[in-house]
Structures are given as C-alpha cells and as structure tokens.
Design a protein around this ligand. Structure first.
Ligand code: UGA
Length: 312
C-alpha cells in the first residue's frame, strides 16, 4: 500500500481522488490552502467522508509559501491537483492569484520533489491549454495557444512538469482534464449553476448563443484516469482525459431538462472573454497507455450531479 500526497484535496477532483485511494487501502496526506474562491463550508463538506479515516491526514497550507519538506516525508507519489481554477475569472488583478497558485506553487512543489525517489508526480492540466482551434479532436501533440490567462498558467505548470522530468528524472505525468462535472462540481461551473438556479426557480444565464461545445467528462472517469496515471503513467508524458460526450451547451441544457423533469428558463448573456468555442479530446493515447475508458454518459452524469445538489 502506498502513501500519496494529494494537493487541493478539499476541492472537487481532489476529494474524489483521495476517497478512491483511501477506499482501496492506500494512505493519503491531503494538502489544501482553502482559498476563498468559494465557500470553505463546501470544501469541508467535500472532506467529510475522509476526516474520520485513520489513513487520511489533512494539512492546511499554502504551497506557494510554506515549507514543503515536512509534507513530503514518507510520500511515495504526488498527485498535484491544487490550483486556482476558473477560466473566466482569470483576467485583471486576480491574475496574480493564478500565477501564485498555478505556477509558483507548482514550481515550488517540483523543487521540493526533485531529489526524492517518487514513483510518480501527476500534474492536473486542462483542456484550456489548447485554446481555439478548428483542428478537432484536440491531440496532445497539437498546437497549444491558450485564450485565457488561466490557460496560460496551466500550460506553464505543464511545461515545468516536463522540465523537471527532463532535468531531474522526476516521473511527472500531466493530465489535460476536459470540463469535469458530477457531484461536488465547483459552484462557479456551468452545470452546478444551472441545476442550482433551476432548483430554486431562477432562470439560468447562457453565455453567448449556447452553441459552444464541450467534451464533458464525468468525475468518476477522471478519477480512474488519475489513479491509473499515478500507477503507470509514462514519465514525462502528457495525456488528454475527455469523456467522449461532446455536445453544445444548448443540447446539454436540453438533457438537463429531461433529467430534472422541468423546463429551465434560459436568458442569453454576452459571451465571455477567455472561453474557448469548442473542445473535443482525442483520448486515444490515454486509452492505449493508461487504459482510460470513460463510461458515464452525459445523461447519467447529469442525473448524478442533480441528485447530489438536490440532497444538499
Ligand atoms: C472548466 C473548468 O472550470 C476549468 O477549471 C477547466 O480547466 C476547464 O473546464 C477545462 O476543461 O480545462 P469550462 O469549460 O468553462 O471550464 O466549464 P464550465 O464552467 O462548466 O462552462 C461550460 C460552458 O458553459 C462555457 O462555455 C461557459 O461559458 C458556459 N457557462 C458557464 C454559461 O453559459 N453560463 C454559466 O453560468 C456558466
């Protein structure tokens, strides 16, 4: 059984990954700085199933400033999910938070790991590193030209991970997640906002014409990909993890109406700076090398996110 460091453990993806590792008998040291991007109470709720477990330890610290040696003690592999997320909020003064959390924190963690004999260092990258392209599906070797400051910081982190592999043989593996959804999805993300609004009888705001498309990926499928990368990801490599459910936002809302059994009132607002028009992953490399086989379709995944939000 291994001892994992999971950063961003109180977040949407981090809490699910930690639970999976604990369930299968591993130990997890979780790190989170509880940034104020969204409510601390939601993050504490994400952790509620973990806190009682004797194989789980939580450290509240900021990766961009804290000493990291103590948290890395006896760690076999690192799963670095901590980040300042959110594409549309990364302009203006808040960019500094993105550089601190996504670049400086990643560089500091890589530095602290470089002389250790870790089995893996998995880095959470993003589909937003690609930017706008007509060359779909997006392939790992394709052009990366982010259209949001957030995407720039995630791409910088990814480059750093590759550099520490080349120069220090740190076994880094980067995973480009494609719009992840499901229970515990962040409250700023589309489906959480839409379901919450509909549950309280409010209209939703669709940015732009709603014809933008996303390769939505269900959380359990992402966790499968992360765990597999921690075990057998080829060092120095980058992988797309996409769910294979590419639909337009309008189609996704139609599906949500069926799942919720109600009409959702749609207001159209301006399209947002930093949003890419379309995403679609070519996940064949992850399938071949990580055994990645997403199995939850959009309707089932939305039903599970709806059940979660309804039960809160
Ligand atoms: C998501 C995450 O928020 C990023 O952190 C992640 O890096 C990225 O996926 C990724 O794939 O790499 P995004 O695709 O913008 O980013 O996900 P959502 O927030 O779920 O938005 C999906 C679409 O719905 C976007 O076109 C957005 O503009 C739209 N939207 C969102 C609305 O029309 N209305 C809203 O209230 C919220």
């Amino acid at each position: 059984m291994a001892n994992y460091l999971v950063t961003g453990v109180a977040g949407f993806i981090g809490s699910h990954v930690a639970e999976r590792l604990i369930e299968r008998g591993d130990s997890v040291r979780g790190v989170d700085s509880f940034t104020n991007y969204y409510a601390r109470s939601l993050k504490e709720k994400n952790l509620s199933g973990l806190m009682e477990n004797h194989r789980f330890v939580l450290d509240e610290l900021d990766l961009s400033t804290s000493d990291l040696d103590s948290v890395l003690k006896d760690v076999d592999a690192v799963c670095h999910l901590a980040a300042q997320a959110g594409v549309r909020a990364s302009w203006g003064r808040s960019f500094e938070t993105y550089t601190d959390c996504n670049i400086t924190a990643t560089q500091r963690l890589l530095e602290a790991c470089k002389e250790r004999s870790l089995a893996r260092f998995v880095y959470a990258s993003s589909s937003s590193v690609y930017g706008d392209t007509d060359d779909l599906p997006m392939r790992e070797g394709g052009t990366t030209r982010p259209v949001s400051p957030y995407g720039v910081t995630k791409l910088a982190g990814e480059h750093l991970a590759v550099l520490y592999h080349r120069n220090y043989r740190l076994p880094t593996v980067s995973l480009r997640f494609f719009t992840v959804y499901g229970p515990r999805q962040r409250p700023d993300m589309a489906f959480n906002r839409f379901i919450s609004a509909a549950l309280s009888g409010r209209p939703i705001e669709v940015y732009g014409d709603g014809r933008q498309t996303r390769d939505f990926t269900f959380i359990d499928d992402i966790v499968d990909g992360v765990v597999s990368a921690l075990e057998k990801g080829p060092p120095g490599e980058v992988f797309n993890l996409g769910g294979g459910s590419r639909v337009s936002l309008n189609e996704a809302i139609d599906t949500l109406e069926r799942v919720m059994g109600m009409k959702i009132e749609r207001l159209h607002g301006a399209s947002q700076k930093g949003d890419v028009r379309d995403t679609l992953a070519d996940s064949s490399k992850a399938r071949a090398e990580l055994g990645f086989a997403p199995s939850v379709g959009l309707e089932e995944g939305l039903a599970r996110e709806f059940e979660w939000l309804r039960s809160l």
